[in-house]
Design a protein around this ligand. Sequence first.
Ligand SMILES: Cc1ncc(COP(=O)(O)O)c(C=O)c1O
Length: 401
Amino acid sequence: MSLSDLDIDFYESEDPVWNPALLTIPVPGIRKMVNLAANLKDVIHLSIGQPDLPAPEHVVEASVEALRAGQTGYTMDAGLPELLEALAEYYGERCDRTLVPENILVTTGATEAIYLALTAVSGPGREFLVTDPAFMLYAPLIRMNGGEVRFLPTRAENGHQLDPDEVIDAFTPNTHAIVLNSPNNPTGAVYPRRALEAIVEEAAYRGIYVISDEVYDHLVYDGVEYASVLSCCSDLDHVMVVSSFSKTFSLAGMRVGWLIASQGAIKKLRRYHMFTTTVANTPGQWAGVAALRGERRFVEDMVKVYQRRRDRLMELVDATPHLTCYKPQGAFYLFPSLPDGVTGSNVALRLLRETGVCTIGGDTFGEHCSNALRISYATSIDNLEKAFERIVPWMEKQDFD
Ligand SMILES: Cc1ncc(COP(=O)(O)O)c(C=O)c1O
């Protein structure tokens, strides 16, 4: 039995032992593609959502040293005090606001922080606004807990930017929270400060929570300013900001993230956190202290590498029949459109089978951008060029009309 069969068996099982809420979790499109690719030879992956660059040496060393020094036990439930202090200072400087360790909860990656934030505030009859396309985690977590998801479509014509007037018009008396993600996965869009300030201000006025996933906050190109929601709000009463070391320091496997919110919210979430993962990985938290306190040249160099790749990938996509793309300024994805009516995951499947290049169909990320492909540039320029040597002739042969 292949891995992909196992997935389908699990998710589609009607065995009454399973909580029906699990049915809100779709078979992840990315897993499906990666599992299919595992059975093929000579695959070039443009599907990857994690950095391919090695983590900085001194950060890795810090976790090894921590282990050697016997740091193998639990930390405080809210997180290692040294890391909480370092995060408070780092965000204080970056966002020009005073934060204390009590505003922060260290989690098992941003994933746990998103899980805690969404499941702690979702409930029957509560409406959540989520952009479409979006990272796959948000909608299922909201629905699992009885909340309703209303999608806010973003469009390729304007680089998948959020129009604050459209967002504010979409607020209703039932709107409980809005989920934002800038730089965005899968679109690479970076929301400008003006737009965020307008949305956050109106949300605060109406008592709507803003849950902001900022895991790609350092992966911003062309000298564009990055605006964290933390620097766009007057207080933290209705704000939860999530991030992690996964993308910025190439530490996805270390599983250390965090959630920043009001002290009252953190108190509640701490209790919930103790009943989910207890504490985050201890040596990973020491690595995090070294990342924040140590030399940060790595981040500048990393941004240059990704920006060069994005530029090369833009050229390759521009030279490919049937693909059109705006220029995204963040994360490490391009999200080019195929002709209207073409389903991205069908094209991605055929591309994988017929050329050995693995991409992800736009329909994996929502309902409004089915005719797109997500192409990750968390891979070398050499790999990108090799992949397009296969994609271009394949596309030339297609007649999508
Ligand atoms: C938008 C977004 N949020 C959260 C995550 C998960 O991050 P972490 O590894 O910190 O759990 C990812 C990972 O791909 C992501 O793309």
